[in-house]
Design a protein around this ligand. Sequence first.
Ligand code: CO8
Length: 254
Amino acid sequence: MRVRFERAGRVVWAHLDRPKVLNALDTALMEELVGTLKPLDEDPEVGCFVITGSERAFAAGADISEMADKTVSDMVSEDYFGGWEAFAALRTPKVAAVSGFALGGGCELAMMCDLVIAADTAKFGQPEITLGVIPGIGGTQRLTRLVGKAKAMDLILTGRLIDAVEAERIGLISRAVPADTLLAEVTEAATRIAGYGKIAAMAARDCVDRALETGLADGIRYERRVFHSLFATADQKEGMRAFLDKRKPSFEGR
Ligand code: CO8
């Protein structure tokens, strides 16, 4: 087992668990993580995923010992790490709770999540250049869209690590928090997200992601159509009725 899963109400926690290699991401870990989360993605009783590691490492990158001796034909025929796109495509909101190193594929995994909350002691970076390669799970693409060309080039070409405070400042992560409050902050955020209607939460993250992929006019039109479609849900009726009745809504995810 490379990942430990834990259910806390409507939140599912995935703890990456390869401590000897700082949670290096190998194929088996990817398959375990995606294979377990995929069926839960369709479960209306699951409202949020939290991906986390240990205090020392969220993940120190793709597993270098798995990759080192591969040939180009291995990489192409396996479509090596193409499976991570199935993780990015999960529609349940995903929170990355980052402590320690989030490097290379670890930083890319965090960027595939919807919120990244990190201990102020965490370190982020794309050090692949130091290994003679480049980021390969979306690092050159997602990082550039998140922080812009100037910072993406700085991180990817120098391979330098940045702390969570800088990562928050440049827009790579959502929040840098004191290390001893990480668990409480993540629990609060994940529980709050999971308490909303799942269809609305999925729609919201879908529309925000769309902003990274499309032009403004198309994105605005897409958002408006999705907004309209939410009026077919019981949660829209409940949410607005509860507001008018001055009571707390009770969402059902339909
Ligand atoms: N892969 C495999 N093993 C690792 C990795 C890794 N990424 N990172 C650390 N380890 C292992 C070390 O080899 C070491 O093992 P051992 O105890 O057997 O020697 C153990 O974890 C502890 O590591 P260190 O002794 O190095 O610990 P330090 O505290 O001294 O250093 C660092 C911590 C700075 C995190 C250091 O381990 C390091 O630099 N790690 C590698 C970081 C890196 O380069 N990451 C990028 C990897 S490449 C990548 O992610 C590409 C993704 C795209 C693939 C796409 C394919 C299509």
